[in-house]
Design a protein around this ligand. Structure first.
Ligand SMILES: Nc1nc2c(ncn2[C@@H]2O[C@H](COP(=O)(O)OP(=O)(O)OP(=O)(O)O)[C@@H](O)[C@H]2O)c(=O)[nH]1
Ligand SMILES: [Mg+2]
Length: 228
């Protein structure tokens, strides 16, 4: 008897989130900031990858990051080593970031002073897929140690992503990672999805990733200039 009401409440929450995300997207666009949302299972390497990304990007761009976790400031402390503005969002019992949390935590940041804003979502392969944060690009990370079948088991998150990044490639041989099968599984769920390969530890693949996001940002910014 309770089910219809639960579904209704859930629909309302998602609708409210979409409205806030829509407003955020407008603010990001107006400020010319390119927003990247990183999603993955716990421990796939989001923070290591993001710390490396922030450190490399900050020489040419103005960058900042928000990071969500149920508890601890650990990831914000790690990301702050890149010397860019970082803020931790503690979600308590909530297994994903919501647009309202992003809005609240941007508070005193001037978006016009940023070129890139990165959001590290809570490590979870299910909940974050339903919550738009107003981002330009959603990146799903999958580490080689998780197994090639994860896209088939968690299709919704892959389906909601714009690009897939396979992480910890330095460990690929040790776990006998099957690259063709991983690519086949990702593309079975999300046909045509671009797949990048990185190791935050060795730095391999980071240049291709940086080229990819800077060109994605250029396309968005040029599109805005063209239409203004
Ligand atoms: N060998 C290797 N280990 C890595 C790499 N990237 C991350 N790790 C390790 O993997 C573990 C998890 O990395 P994190 O960066 O904390 O992963 P995360 O996705 O941010 O984790 P949560 O925020 O807790 O979901 C740590 O022990 C990292 O040192 C990599 O490229 N190669
Ligand atoms: Mg992390």
């Amino acid at each position: 008897m309770n089910s219809p009401r639960i579904v209704e409440v859930r629909k309302n929450i998602l609708k409210q989130n979409d409205e806030i995300a829509h407003a955020l997207r407008g603010r990001f666009e107006e400020a010319g900031v390119f927003v990247v949302n990183l999603v993955s299972s716990p421990g796939s390497g989001k923070t290591a990858f993001l710390e490396s990304t922030l450190t490399k990007l900050r020489t040419d761009f103005r960058v900042a990051a928000l990071v969500g976790d149920l508890a601890t400031e650990n990831d914000a402390i790690r990301l702050a080593r890149s010397q860019v503005p970082v803020r931790q969002i503690i979600t308590g019992t909530v297994c994903h970031l919501e647009a309202a949390m992003i809005e609240r935590n941007l508070k005193d940041w001037n978006l016009h002073e940023l070129d890139f804003l990165f959001v590290e979502n809570v490590g979870n392969l299910v909940c974050p897929s339903s919550y738009d944060l107003g981002e330009n690009l959603r990146v799903v990370l999958m580490s080689v140690t998780e197994g090639e079948d994860k896209p088939l088991k968690y299709p919704t998150i892959v389906n909601s992503a714009d690009v897939a990044v396979i992480t910890k490639t330095d460990l690929a041989d040790a776990v006998e990672f099957d690259w063709p099968v991983a690519a086949k599984n990702l593309r079975a769920v999300r046909p045509g999805i671009e797949i990048l390969q990185v190791s935050a530890k060795s730095g391999s693949g980071m240049d291709a990733w940086l080229q990819f996001i800077t060109s994605q940002r250029r396309d968005v910014v040029e599109h805005l200039v063209w239409h203004s």
